[in-house]
Ligand binder design. Structure first.
Ligand code: NAD
Length: 432
């Protein structure tokens, strides 16, 4: 099948590469010339495990190409995916200007029947808006489909290739059949393709992200209560998660959720509910809890040291989660800001996100090339992202590098017993 994917970010680039891998002819379009140039030079604009190899192979085999020329790509394609950003607008609602701007360009470029698929996360009713915009620009027949994406950064290719489910919102049979054919190779393992109306498909994506964010905030509150009453959140988590109605995933407390999706999607869902005069009270609490949780590691440091002025703090992890370079809404950002504002020196290490961090903090932070370098003469270590390479460090080496063996672990990578044995003063989340 001939496919155009507009937007070569985390979603568009992965989707494009995976559709090419399953034998389709894919042209990826981005308005960012530098990004397209990088891709045409064989380099990756983002870090995602396995992506470089997948893109290289499919380019070599002639199934995947990159361009800034949207009209030419649309003319070639039967299916046009819109996978551009839907950032948070000033009032919290999803900013649809990129999606509708692309829809207009697609409408203008049409030379025959197309399936226009919205893959971006968009509020209920957006498929109607896309339909309106496109029909203002063309007399050709077209269908609008809502196909929200559920991939996780850091495991995006695996998620796309072997999804838990594929959700397709489609109002006509022709588009439905084309989408079912397109996704058939990805659902051979038995994952369901769920075909529904566009409004339900659009809402399903927000409801899924809002539920996951709710679990995180809920467990963060449980952890905070554990600290107050002397319980151990690890034990509580295991006991709670073993109930099959609840399940074990997404029950890990930490320093709050971040990334490009949960914060903005929680906001947008509250916003479109309130547009219908519905007050989504739980989500308001979810967000408030998350904002507070992002301050807890710094509060623990202040409690220990009193004043952070003149302290040197090593930070392990800057990305909002492991296996990505993405720092959008990362909990590391408010922590680093608080430390710098308090007059501390920050020595930070992240395997992938240093370049992006430099764009945010410039030279105010000292970026190191290994996690051990960050510990040199540090008064303490803050662990913010649970990269695998942080899980089994050489504790003796750590102690020899640090001025004081103190760890503030925002991801509960170690156990309090283990740290006591190794001679560290150890603060974590939800455990005394
Ligand atoms: P992103 O910011 O990484 O990428 C968006 C890309 O679209 C950018 O490269 C940008 O240059 C390009 N773009 C913007 N306007 C354009 C235009 N007019 N023409 C061509 N290109 C244009 O975004 P992302 O993280 O890939 O997210 C895209 C959408 O998918 C969002 O709605 C997001 O909520 C949703 N989503 C994201 C994830 C995720 O993990 N990142 C997961 C599921 C869904």
């Amino acid at each position: 099948m001939k496919i155009a994917v507009v937007g070569t970010g985390y979603v568009g680039l992965v989707a494009g590469a995976c559709f090419a891998e399953s034998g389709n002819d894919v042209i990826c379009i981005d308005k960012d010339q530098a990004k397209v140039q990088t891709l045409n030079d064989g380099r990756m604009p983002i870090y995602e495990p396995g992506l470089e190899e997948l893109v290289r192979r499919n380019r070599q085999e002639g199934r995947l190409s990159f361009t800034t020329d949207l009209p030419a790509a649309v003319r070639e394609a039967l299916i046009v995916f819109i996978a551009v950003g839907t950032p948070q607008g000033e009032d919290g609602s999803a900013d649809l200007s990129h999606v509708l701007g692309v829809a207009r360009e697609v409408g203008r470029a049409m030379n025959g029947y197309k399936v226009i698929v919205d893959k971006s996360t968009v509020p209920v009713g957006t498929s109607n808006k896309v339909r309106d915009v496109v029909s203002q620009e063309t007399r050709h027949e077209f269908s609008v489909v809502s196909n929200p994406e559920f991939l996780k950064q850091g495991a995006a290719i695996e998620d796309f290739m072997k999804p838990d489910r594929v959700v397709i919102g489609a109002e006509d049979q022709k588009a439905r059949d084309i989408m079912l054919e397109l996704y058939e190779p990805f659902t051979r393992t038995g994952a369901p393709i769920m075909v529904m109306d566009c409004a339900s498909a659009e809402l399903a994506k927000y409801a899924a992200n809002a539920m996951l964010a709710t679990r995180i905030s809920f467990m963060n509150e449980v952890a905070n209560v554990c600290e107050l009453v002397g319980a151990d959140v690890d034990q509580v988590r295991k006991a709670v998660g073993s109930d099959r109605r609840i399940g074990t995933s997404f029950l890990f407390p930490g320093v709050g959720y971040g990334g490009s999706c949960f914060p903005k999607d929680v906001q947008a869902m509250m916003r479109f509910a309130s547009d219908q005069n519905y007050d989504f009270k739980i989500l308001q609490a979810v967000e408030t809890v998350n904002t507070c949780q992002k301050t807890r590691l710094f509060a623990k440091m202040q409690q220990h040291f009193g004043d952070m002025k003149g302290k040197t703090v090593a930070v392990w992890g800057l990305a909002f989660k492991p296996k990505t370079d993405d720092m959008r809404e990362a909990p590391s950002i408010p922590l680093l800001r608080a430390l710098l504002d308090a007059g501390a020196t920050v020595q930070a290490y992240d395997p992938e996100a240093t370049k992006i961090a430099r764009g945010i903090f410039g030279d105010r932070v000292d970026y190191t090339s290994t996690n051990y370098d960050a510990l040199k003469d540090a008064d303490c270590l803050a662990i913010v992202t649970e990269w695998n390479e942080f899980r089994r460090p050489d504790f003796t080496r750590m102690k020899s590098l640090m001025r004081e063996p103190i760890i503030f672990d925002g991801r509960n990578l170690f156990t309090p017993e283990q740290m006591k044995q190794n001679g560290f003063v150890y603060y974590s989340i939800g455990r005394s």
